[in-house]
Design a protein around this ligand. Structure first.
Ligand SMILES: [Zn+2]
Length: 532
């Protein structure tokens, strides 16, 4: 078996170095050389910082061309022992094997990520697929970056993808339809240039901030297939960007040893390359995205049950680390008790000034507010997203209330359990008065991100009125039934993807009652707002 796999890779790399592709890479390398020379002062260059400037017939990102995707056993390390069997319970998840080299120059506010990705994708729909789409999310306006990828090797055949949505999506036309249940094997090189500073205004999701590179979804991502169509919407400003299904990741990152590296999943290997760089390998188990950060961090840890929390904090913010870890640890315990267990051994909390208040990714959250007074709220909100978004998937663009309102209501649950009912009631009262002050507080929470008139309306209605809806649902069901509902919701949709109708159906099943009037009033149609 091993010999056969090696033979496949030899084919990939021989094919990738043929004339056509070499021409493309030379062009790209030349373009990059111009960009890098403008941005990078020579004083900050490192021994390995220049290879992309040299035109080469072979891509420079393939020094170690072996990416194995067949070995599932290493994924076991990404799970707590009680949840290892979850790995075999998920039907044909997409597999990603990614190898990326990162050149990061914090002083010049530039970074270059070059890599190759291998994807194994199974068609779980009922129809044959004639194409496959990959999202290049760094090309979205929320990301301070530019990305190129391709051509792709698809089951041994080179395919030149077609760009759509200004490079946000790449469509690969398949030479043979991918029938239901069949699996396709794709290898594709990619390159991302990232800049800074992020923060203040958009973009705030990807790039460089105060000496830190934050790099979520830096690789070609398979979007969701919904009713036979690839979901390739542009992300509306101010909302979350990606929708994706659970997948298994194995990611190798080569980076300068002058930085610390935080990443989704669990690090299972690290090698020194004797040139000032190290290569770390991560596995994730079932996660729906992968993110990493490089920076001059100091690391603090704390345990929450069996889960190790790591805080990656800039030296100027270490005074926030105890509050950050205590809040995260308490919220990890509260969510595990009230919703369902966290199945992974680690969660990383990464200092990322200006990355909104915070941004959630599976196994890693960015916190944008360290060093200020507002540390607890973003932390407990982003940790709650590990359940509502990470474990239980929902459409972040079309039904943002399903994860955002749940995360804000999880802040209420945190205050209730840590600070007492008074603090929780006080926060609910604040939310109520803010919503009441809206010109039209009767608007429903169940619209898509782009259907709200302003960023303020979006936050007030989806986040805050949405949290009040969770409180109204709790009042309607009673405490015992409400928390049973959260458990059932977790049990049914952990590693899956729930629609608003799924959410309502679980609630109705648990209470054995008709919740249409409540969902119409709050979620679907809206109506007179009395404050819940
Ligand atoms: Zn959120």
């Amino acid at each position: 078996m091993r010999t056969k796999r090696l033979a496949v890779f030899a084919l990939i790399f021989l094919s990738s170095c043929n004339g056509n592709i070499a021409t493309i890479n030379i062009k790209r390398a030349t373009a990059t050389a111009t960009a890098v020379s403008k941005l990078a002062p020579t004083a900050t260059s490192r021994p390995w910082a220049t290879p992309t400037i040299t035109p080469s017939p072979c891509p420079t990102f393939m020094p170690t061309p072996i990416i194995s995707i067949d070995d599932l056993s290493s994924q076991n390390y990404a799970m707590l022992p009680d949840f290892i069997n979850d790995l075999t319970s998920i039907e044909s998840p997409t597999r990603y094997a990614i190898s990326v080299r990162v050149e990061f120059d914090a002083l010049a506010q530039s970074a270059l990520l070059e890599g190759i990705e291998r994807i194994r994708y199974t068609n779980l729909s009922a129809s044959a697929l004639t194409d496959l789409v990959l999202m290049l999310w760094p090309n979205d306006p929320q990301y301070m970056a530019q990305m190129k990828a391709g051509p792709a090797l698809v089951d041994g055949e080179i395919i030149y993808p077609e760009e759509e949505l200004d490079g946000l999506a790449l469509r690969l036309k398949l030479s043979r339809p991918l029938v239901p249940g069949a699996t396709i094997d794709i290898s594709i090189p990619f390159r991302v240039e990232a800049f800074g500073p992020i923060g203040e205004q958009s973009p705030r999701r990807f790039g460089i901030t105060e000496g830190v590179l934050i790099a979520p979804t830096f690789y070609p991502l398979v979007p969701r297939l919904v009713d036979g169509e690839w979901q390739i919407q542009v992300a509306p400003e101010g909302g979350d960007a990606t929708n994706s299904d659970i997948a298994y990741y194995q990611v190798k990152i080569r980076f300068s040893e002058e930085y610390l590296l935080a990443a989704s999943g669990l690090e299972v290997d690290r090698q020194s390359n004797q040139d000032g760089t190290e290569t770390a390998t991560f596995v994730t188990g079932p996660m729906r995205d992968f993110a990493f950060a490089l920076g001059p961090f100091e690391v603090f840890t704390q345990e929450a049950g069996d889960v190790l929390l790591r805080a990656w904090v800039l030296p100027e913010h270490i005074d926030s680390s105890a509050r950050l870890l205590n809040a995260a640890s308490n919220q990890m315990n509260i969510m595990s008790d009230l919703v369902g267990p966290y199945p992974y051994p680690e969660l990383d909390l990464v200092d990322a000034p200006g990355a909104f208040g915070g941004i959630e990714y599976p196994g890693l959250v960015f916190i944008g507010t360290l060093g200020g007074l507002n540390v607890i709220e973003p932390t407990v909100h982003e940790v709650a997203h590990q359940w509502f978004y990470g474990l239980i998937g929902s459409d972040q663009l079309s039904n943002p209330w399903m994860d955002e309102a749940a995360a804000v209501y999880s802040e209420i649950l945190y205050y209730e359990n840590i600070n007492g009912q008074g603090k929780a009631t006080g926060m609910l009262s604040n939310l109520r008065s803010w919503v009441m002050d809206l010109p039209d507080p009767s608007m429903p929470i169940g619209r898509s991100v782009s259907e709200y008139d302003s960023a303020n309306d979006y936050v007030m209605l989806v986040y805050f009125k949405g949290a009040l809806f969770f409180d109204a649902l709790r009042l309607e069901l009673g405490d015992e039934t409400f928390f049973k509902f959260l458990n059932m919701y977790y049990d049914h949709y952990r590693y899956g993807f729930a629609t608003a109708a799924d959410f309502q159906a679980i609630a109705e099943n648990v209470c054995d009652c008709d919740l249409d009037p409540l969902f119409d009033l709050w979620v679907n149609k809206g109506g007179e707002f009395y404050g819940g």
